[in-house]
Structure formats: structure tokens, C-alpha cells
Design a protein around this ligand. Structure first.
Ligand code: COI
Length: 366
């Protein structure tokens, strides 16, 4: 496995010979939802232990052919990322792509996969956004969601780290993650399932974590809730994260808190950005354990005033109601609260280029 993190390759660009027409694209962009509309191209890079990273291309988005014995299909060696490109008057802008590149390497290490050099990750997303720039929706909630992912393609049934991988980036024109416009979402606190245990893969962004969350998420949906909340695996009382996003709590003294990164929680880029922006704004922002019992008690006493979910896909989404066995409380009358709103606006303004970018988070692509 190469651990050279500075290496870069030149992407050969093979334009799609049959791109969708401007009219077809415009139709798809009217109401893209999340993860249903895909662009004309994809980036692809191959890896083998013999050749290292090679064959970097921007090419027509097309199905991938795999042998039935490709090891990802059996042992789930797969990792992914999520980041967005936003429309700008002269092109597009990426938000903290370097943070995603770093996390992708960290996920690869945990899954015993080769670490993609960060410059190669960055070049792949830049080149794809340039190829499909017309697919970025114009409206205020719209963006091009980029999904870099890598999986083991070696044809072998032995249980070991594979010797061949495919790295692909695809792009999806998206609107809001949650259907039904801006609204507070409801959560189901699962006592039956956990997401991650100490020493496991909870901090890696690997498909297996999401596969393992689906039964819990389906249970939450069957109970009329939007998302599941996971508690820690050891004591079953400390709040960790939702099915696909991190969580924040807002208190009556104006402070905010989020569960600490103890190895079982995904280190969200949005989570980190919110901690930074809150501290910039003079808001006390803590990373501390918070139990479900305390959450319930604080909601009842009024100490807890707001809560929100966050992630690249979810941005900042207020939490309005929390249910579970013996649990049912609402937060802030199920409306978006002032701190949630303020944090959302501060983040979105930097992402969309309507506010200064004091931390150099935005990379403009002409
Ligand atoms: C993201 O927010 O980018 C994610 O990967 C979460 C996924 C559930 C869409």
C-alpha cells in the first residue's frame, strides 16, 4: 500500500458523447430531492499493489462491471465521503474539501485500504465539478453533492485486505435532504440497536456502518419518526449520533454542546465547522457526553431550548420531537429556534459566498 499523500496524477478527460440536453437537465433540476439525479460524468482512478494509483480519468458516468467474487461484495471493504459544490457567479465553490480528503484517508486506514493521496482526492473532485458545472442547481437550497467512494475490486474470496481497488467520484444535483421544506424533524431513540462500539468502525465513513444502521432507521420510520438516535453501546445512555448526521444541543444560557469524538462517532466536517463558527461568535461550545435521561430532564425543565442535526446532506436541521420507549417530548414547540437559525445562516453564508470566509474553508473553481 502506498502512503504517499502528496502524489498527484493528471486526469484524462473523456467527455460524455451523449450528455443530457440542456432542456432535459433543466427538467431534472426543478425538484431534484436528494440522491436521485446524477450528472453526465464521473471520476475514476484504479489502484493495485503492483502499479499503485493509476488510470485517472473523467469519463461518462456508466455502470461498473464487477466479478461476483469481487471482495467488496463479500467482506464490505468500502468507504465514502460526502461534500458539496455550490454555484458561484463565475463558476463554483467547494467547502472544506481538504477535510474530506483527510477523513477519507483516515477511513481507508481503518478499513485496511490504501490511502488515497489528498491531492488526488482534491483533483478528482475539482475535475468532476468542472466537467459537470452546469448540473449545480440555481436555487438557494441546491448544490452538487459529490460522493467520492472506494471499494475492493480484487477477485478473491480469502479474508484479507484486497490488492485492487476502484476509487470513483460521482455527482448528484440535490435540494434539501429532508422532504417537505424547512421543518423540524422527529427522532426515535433506539434501545434495541447500537451503531458502533469502542474499537469498531464508528469513526470511519464506511458503508458497513450505514448498512448496520438501516434496521434501526427503518424502525424509526415505522414509528412515524424521521431519524433514529443511537446511544452508546457500552452503557446505552450516552447520545452518540443519528442515522446519518451529528447532533447538537442548545441550552438556556446560550451555550451549545455535541457528543465528543471518542472513536465511535463520525467526525463530521459540518460538526467541526459549527464548533468553530459558534466559538467565533462568542457562543460557548462544548464537546461533552450527554445522556438521554439528562436530555429528557433538561427538555422538561427548560434548560434545553433547542436541538439540531447537522451534516453535509442535512446542513443544519432543527429537531422538534423526540420519542422512544418511555420518552416523548417536544423541543421549542417543534419550530426552528434562534440559535439553530443563527448557526445555520452563518454556515450557509460562508458556503454560498455571501459572507467572508475567515478560516479559508472555501475553494473557488473558475
Ligand atoms: C452526508 O451528510 O454527506 C452523508 O454522508 C450522510 C448520508 C446519510 C447522506
Amino acid at each position: 500500500m502506498t502512503q504517499d499523500v502528496t502524489m498527484s496524477l493528471t486526469f484524462v478527460v473523456e467527455p460524455n458523447a451523449h450528455p443530457l440536453s440542456a432542456a432535459q437537465r433543466a427538467d431534472l433540476l426543478v425538484d431534484p430531492g436528494f440522491g436521485r439525479v446524477f450528472t453526465d460524468h464521473m471520476a475514476i482512478v484504479r489502484y493495485s499493489t503492483d502499479k499503485g494509483w493509476h488510470d485517472a480519468r473523467i469519463t461518462a458516468r456508466s455502470p461498473v462491471t464487477l466479478e461476483p467474487a469481487a471482495s467488496v461484495l463479500h467482506y464490505a471493504q468500502e468507504i465514502f465521503e460526502g461534500l458539496k459544490a455550490y454555484r458561484r457567479p463565475q463558476g463554483a465553490a467547494l467547502f472544506r474539501p481538504d477535510a474530506n480528503a483527510r477523513r477519507f484517508r483516515a477511513s481507508a486506514r481503518r478499513l485496511a485500504m490504501p490511502e488515497l493521496p489528498e491531492e488526488l482526492f482534491l483533483e478528482s473532485v475539482r475535475a468532476l465539478v468542472k466537467a459537470d458545472i452546469d448540473w449545480i442547481p440555481q436555487d438557494e437550497d441546491g448544490a452538487l453533492y459529490l460522493r467520492p467512494f472506494m471499494f475492493a475490486s480484487e477477485v478473491f474470496l480469502g479474508v484479507k485486505p484486497a490488492s485492487e481497488y476502484l476509487y470513483i467520484v460521482m455527482a448528484s444535483s440535490v435540494g434539501r435532504y429532508f422532504k417537505g421544506g424547512p421543518r423540524a424533524v422527529s427522532l426515535w431513540v433506539t434501545r434495541e440497536y447500537t451503531r458502533a462500539a469502542p474499537g469498531g468502525t464508528g469513526a470511519a465513513k464506511c458503508g458497513g456502518n450505514y448498512a448496520a444502521s438501516l434496521a434501526a432507521q427503518a424502525d424509526a420510520i415505522s414509528r412515524g419518526c424521521d431519524q433514529v438516535v443511537f446511544l452508546d453501546a457500552a452503557e446505552r445512555r450516552w447520545i452518540e449520533e443519528l442515522g446519518g448526521m451529528n447532533i447538537f444541543f442548545v441550552f438556556d444560557d446560550g451555550s451549545i454542546a455535541t457528543p465528543p469524538l471518542d472513536g465511535t462517532i463520525l467526525p463530521g466536517v459540518t460538526r467541526d465547522s459549527i464548533l468553530t463558527l459558534a466559538r467565533d461568535a462568542g457562543i460557548a461550545a462544548r464537546e461533552e457526553r450527554y445522556s438521554i435521561e439528562q436530555w429528557q430532564a433538561d427538555a422538561a425543565s427548560g434548560r434545553l431550548t433547542e436541538a439540531f442535526a447537522c451534516g453535509t446532506a442535512a446542513v443544519v436541521t432543527p429537531i422538534g420531537r423526540v420519542q422512544g420507549e418511555g420518552i416523548d417530548f417536544t423541543i421549542n414547540g417543534e419550530r426552528v429556534g434562534p440559535t439553530t437559525q443563527r448557526i445555520r445562516e452563518a454556515l450557509v453564508a460562508i458556503q454560498r459566498g455571501t459572507a467572508p470566509d475567515p478560516h479559508d474553508w472555501v475553494e473557488e473553481l473558475a
